[in-house]
Structures are given as C-alpha cells and as structure tokens.
Design a protein around this ligand. Sequence first.
Ligand SMILES: [Zn+2]
Length: 351
Amino acid sequence: MRPSFHAQLVNGRTGDAALYVDHRYERRALLFDLGDIHALPSRKLLRVSHVFVSHAHIDHFIGFDQLLRASLRRDVEVRFFGPPGLIARIEAKLGGYTWNLVDRFTTNLRLAVSEIDANGAARRARFQLRHAFAREDFEARPRGDGVILETGLFHVSAAVLDHRTPCLGFAVAEPVHVNVWRNRLDELGLAVGPWLHPLKQAVVEGKPDDTPIEVLRRVEDGARTDIAALGELREALRVTPGQKIAYVTDVVFTEANARKIETLARGADTLFIEACFAAEDEALAAERAHLTTRQAGTLAARAGARRVEPFHFSPRYEGQEARLLEEVEAAFHEGARTAPVTPPAASGDDT
Ligand SMILES: [Zn+2]
C-alpha cells in the first residue's frame, strides 16, 4: 500500500528546521517547525492544517510571518502546537501588524494554539482574523498519554525534551490499515455491505476477539443480519501497520532525553533527528545542547526506527555532508546490532 505521508525537509539537511509532511489523500499537510520556509511554494503552504513548533529559537519560528501571509485569505482553522509560551509569542507576532481593514475580508482565518507541557496540555487560545486576531482563551484538555492530537486519520504524540528550554519532539502515526479479502469473506458465507465499516473500526481500536459484530450472512434468497465474534472474522482481513514519522530536534544528549525519544519514536518508519555536530565535536555539542551525528544514530537505533534522516547540520561542516551522514549511519547500524549506548548521567544545567 502506498504510504499516506510524504515527508520533505524544507531546507535539506542544513539550514533552518522545517519538515513538511504532506498527506497524499487528504489535501492537507503538517509542518514540523517553522524556520525559514521560503523554499515552500504557496500552493504547499495553503495545504498546511497543523503546525508543530518544537521551541521558539529563531531558526525554528521565523517562518511564522510567511505562513500567515500566505494563509490570510483562507477560510480555515490552522492549529498550532508548541511549548508553554507559544500563545504569547503568536499574540506578539500578530500584534506587530495593523488589522483595521479586516472587515473587508469575506474569509475568516482562525489560528488555534495549544501549549503542551509535561501533563499534555497547558493552555489553549484562538485568534480570528474577523476579530483583528484578538486573543480568546480556552480551557486546556490534558490527556496525559502523550497524544496531543487525534483526527481519525492519524494521531500526533509529543514529548517534552530538554534543550535548556523545553523543546517538543513529535511523532505522527496512522492507525493500522484494514483491508477485506473478498474471497475469504465468500468462504465464510458473508456478503459485503456497510457492516464492514464497524468491523474495520473495531480492529483499528484493538477490540478483543469476543467483541460481537453484526454481519450480513448470505442465505438462499439473499442475506440476513447475524452476529459473529470479531475473532471469527479476522481471517477475512488483511491488517498492515500504519505509517509513523518521528521528528526530534534541538536536544542535549542525556539519559532522560534518550528515554523519552526512545518511547516517542519507537518503531518509527522514519526518524528525522537533528545532528548538528560531527562525532568528534561531542564537547561542543553538549555545550550548545545539541546532538552529534553519533548520538543521533545511536538514538535512532535505540528507538528501533527503520530509517534515520539526520538534519540541522551546522554550517561549520559545509561540504562535509557525506561524512556526517556516514557517521550517523555507522552509529545507527552499530547501535542496532549491539547493546544500547547510554549517555552520561544528567548533570548540572543539562536537566
Ligand atoms: Zn534551539
């Protein structure tokens, strides 16, 4: 089955952080971080429905104005997720412009912002063009299981990581895909029909085998409804895992961060992870609260990711991309073969 998500590093492996994740079948896209996004054409910006901001360092957030400019005439709600403080930052950015002519617009762009803390949600607010982007506050709805968004088509989890400021890591995952084998359905004496939808839903939700399902059983003169247990119907189904993409950037290499990244990115098809510094510059990476290539590869291996895509290479390594990639890959394959490498115990201001 063709994967639903197509992910693209907007500025390649160097430059500002921004990952554009297009949903092929839904005419919408997710944006992880908002660094310089000039490389994105407006037709792509106009698909953005959700924006996930890891933290507000300028190379992760300066693209906000460009997204706003491109989206101004959209009649949609764009949702933003980020660490505590994001609402005030967006309010400040919107407050930098004059909005006296917004009553001439026939559209109403809404920006809905959720701040995510260790409990799952801290605050929510909305800014509507119709109201000159005046801030409206709402009560937060913490879930506590790390899931910050659930759409039915995919869900997004977040982890609060340490970059000497809270920095969010994200993972977007689809539920399992459930397809029906028509011939096996025939063999079971069942007819196709709308009843297959709740059956598929029960599998997606991980319901137990004894869950009763209303089925359509073929009889001589047509079909009649009947009840069957979910377990009896499984042989007519093909279940394939959904796609999972994880995004981790700007983190210091501590065991606390490593454990959270491991949980967040567990089994990801692709882990996009920063690797700012070369392996030999470990001390510098620690000082700047970033990862080295080796650490990024190790973390990807610990998470059991199928593929690792490093990015955010420091400009100091210009022309050495191949070498940095090799360092990541070497640590990734080594880590996947051997026991996990443990980062040094957290100390001082790293925690
Ligand atoms: Zn940063």
